[in-house]
Ligand binder design. Sequence first.
Ligand SMILES: [Zn+2]
Length: 411
Amino acid sequence: MFKGIENLFQVPNPNPPESLVQAMTVAHLPTALTDSILFTGDVFVEKKALLMEEGRIIDLVANDKVPPSFQQFSCGNHILAPAFIDCQVNGGGNVLLNTTPTCEGILAIAAAHKRTGTTRLLPTCITDTLETMDAAIKATRQARAQDSSILGIHLEGPHISVEKKGTHNAAFIRPMNDQDLAAYHAQDDEIFMITLAPEQVTPDQIAQLVAQGVIVSLGHSQANADQVRAALTAGAKGFTHLFNAMPPMSGREPSLAAIALDHAPSYASLIGDTIHVAPEMMRLAARAKDNLFLVSDAMPPTGAEKPEPFTLCGLKASSNGQACTNEKGGLCGASLTLGECVPRCIRDVRLDPEMVLRMAATLPAAFLGLGHRFGKLLPTYAADIVMLDHSFKTQKVWQDGKERFHHAHAL
Ligand SMILES: [Zn+2]
C-alpha cells in the first residue's frame, strides 16, 4: 500500500492549476512528466520524473535530474498511471459494433473511450449473423491500420450456451463447425479473442484455435467442472465477465465461476461498473484471484456527450448513466468506461488503488500477451499514460507519448 494514498480521498477534488490547463506538450519533443505520484504497475513512487521519447518511456529519474533537452510538464502532484486496456467494448459514442460493423464505427467507439484513459481496446461483437460477425472482423482489421489503440477483435459468441445467453440472440447461437474454425485466426500481430462455452465446442477445437493464435476465454456457459477443466487443459486462457452469465457456485458443483477463482494460472475479467457484480462479490473475487482484470462491457451510450437509446438484439435499450437495461427490464451492458469504473472500484468497492490500477491496465495487458509493451510505466514500455486527480478521475491521457485528451477537450 502506498503510504500517502489513504489520504488521497481527504483531499478535495483539486482543480488543476491554470498553468496545467494551458500546458500542452509538443508530441515530437522528448518530454519529462515531473512532480507526480507515479504508479509503475507494481508500486507507487514519488519525486520521479517520467522521461518519454518517440512514443516510449525511456527512464524514470529524480525530478531534479531531468536532462536539459527534455521539455518539462509538471503534473502538479497528480497521479500518473498506466493507461487503461479494455478487452470488452461493445460500443461507445452512441455506436454499437453489432449494428455498425464498419471501420468508421470502430474509430468512433475508440475515440469515445480514449477520453477517459482507455488507450488500447478490443471492439467486441456479440452473437450475431455470420455476415455481421465477419464484417466486424474485417472492419476491425481496417480500423487497426488507422488507429493503433485497436488491438484486435473480441468475438463474444456465437458458440455459447442458450441457457446462459443473457442478452444475446438465441437464434444465432450455434455449435462451431470447420468453416468457423478456419475463420478464427490471428493475422500478423493482431489480438483475436473469442468467448465461448466449453459445452458448445470440443477440446480439440479449442486447441486448434489456440494454435491459430486465438485467445480463448470461457463464458456464457453452464458447463460442468469436467468440461471447464478440459477446456483449460486444451489451452483456454481465461474467463469472461466473472459471475455474469455463469451458474451460481455451490458446495458440490463448482461452476465456471468457482473454477475461475481457484485456477491460479488463468485470467478472469470482471465488469467494473460495480452494478453487474455486487461490491461484496468483487471484493471476494479480488481476494481469491490474482489474475483478475476489469472490463467495461460498454454499450453505445458510453462516453457519448448526449447518450441516446439504442437497439440491442431487437430490443430497445437505454442507459441510466451507469448501466443499460432493455425494454424487458434486463441488464444489458454497462455505460461506464474503464476510466469511470476505476474510481468506483476504489471508492465504493474499497479495493486498494494499486490493485484497481493493475486490474485496469497491467493485468489485461498480461492476459493479452502484451505485458512487455503495455500496462506499466517503466523503460521500454509504450508511453500510454493517464493523469488522475486525487479522486482517480482522468485528467489527461497520452497514447504513444502523444497527448490524446486534456480535461474536457478531445484532441
Ligand atoms: Zn456477455
